[in-house]
Structure formats: structure tokens, C-alpha cells
Write a protein that binds this ligand. Sequence first.
Ligand code: AMP
Length: 223
Amino acid sequence: MIPGARLILLGRQGAGKGTQCVRLSRQFVVPHISTGDMLRAAQREGSELGKMAKLVMDDGGLVGDEIMVGLIRERLGQSDAMGRGYILDGFPRTVPQAIALDEITTDLPIDVVIDVDVPREIVLNRLSARRVCRDCGTNYVSSGIERLPWICEVCGGDVVRRDDDTPEAIMHRLDLYDELTAPLIDFYQSTGRLCIIDGVASADEVSRRITAAVEEARQNRNR
Ligand code: AMP
């Protein structure tokens, strides 16, 4: 039987985390838990959380720690995550979230934290060209000459620019990453749980690097 996994992927927005998380989720047969996707689903449902999150997200800000920790606590308590594990994408994003996650996962700790490292200038270009299917979330790269409307190859939904991929919101998100999320690198490194992967490579190569890092972390743990 394929072993499950409990992984966190860190990295700037646009570092390719989403693509890698989908691959890892298939590889280890565990759910891909993206807090951004959860908040976008809440927006589509029109819930109070979704309405509040939209205001914050469109501006490129961060939703409050307490709300996010509550969402993750509930999600990680579900049977799929409790059983085989999960790939966490977009959480934690602040040190208080990481501390809360350690408390939530005391009994079933994270295997390894992978930081997909891509410099700010490179993600800036990637985010400006990023397009996404409104329905299934598949990512695309715009060349600027697509015929519109752009239809998703996977599900037939509309392919659009995310509301929070405006130049101002992108800069705001990258600033917040440096200020609030980058300290997580030290947080996890100081407890020996971090593996930094150079994310400037093809998606296949980055996948190979991540898989090797997960295997190594497992071997170290079993030693
Ligand atoms: P993402 O799809 O991961 O880029 O997330 C999109 C947006 O959702 C972020 O820019 C934040 O506004 C919000 N968000 C997602 N995850 C978190 C989190 N862990 N803490 C706070 N805000 C979050």
C-alpha cells in the first residue's frame, strides 16, 4: 500500500506550490488542503466567512489567524486527513498559525516542511501572467494573445485572472510574505523540520526534488 504523508508546502505565491501540491496529493493519495481554495469556496457559497474573506483577499491582505486556525482545525479533524494525511498549501502563513498547527498536530506530527524557493522578481512575472479556471482551479499561463472567452480544458469553466492578481494586490501579498510568512523558515529550520527546494526549474524537476526530500526526511525519522 502507498504510504500517506503529512506535508506543508511553503513558498511565495506564484512559486508553483499549487501545481506541486496537486501532484503530491495524487502521489501520496492524500487530500490537498489549500486554505486559499477553502476561502474561495466560501465566497462562492456566499457565506459570511466568504464575504469577509473576499474583502481581505481582493486587497491582498491576510484573513485573521483565529479564523484560519479554526478552519484548519476542523479540516484536519476529518477522517481522510486523520487517516492518510494531507498536503497543506497556504497554511500556516504566520508564526502564530504555525504554533497553533503544532498544537493541533501533536499526536500526528508533520513529516516535513518543504519551502519551494523562488525569488521575488520571478514570481512577480509569473503572477502577472497567471490565469485560473473559476470552476476547477486549474492554473494557466497567459501569453497575452489568447482568444476570449478562454475556456478551461479540464472542465469547460471560464479561465480568468484571479481578483487578487492585480498589480497592487500582488505587491501587497509579496510584502506580507516577506514580513509575516518568511519567518516560518527560521521557525521550522530551528526545529529541524525544514527542507528548502530550489523552485526555479521545470515542474517535473521540482517534483523530483520534493519527492527526494520527503523520502530523505522519512529515512532520517526511521533511523
Ligand atoms: P492563496 O490561494 O494561498 O494565494 O490564498 C489567497 C488569499 O487567501 C491570501 O492572499 C489570503 O488573503 C487568504 N489566505 C489563504 N490562506 C491564508 C492563511 N493561512 N492566513 C491568512 N489568510 C489566508
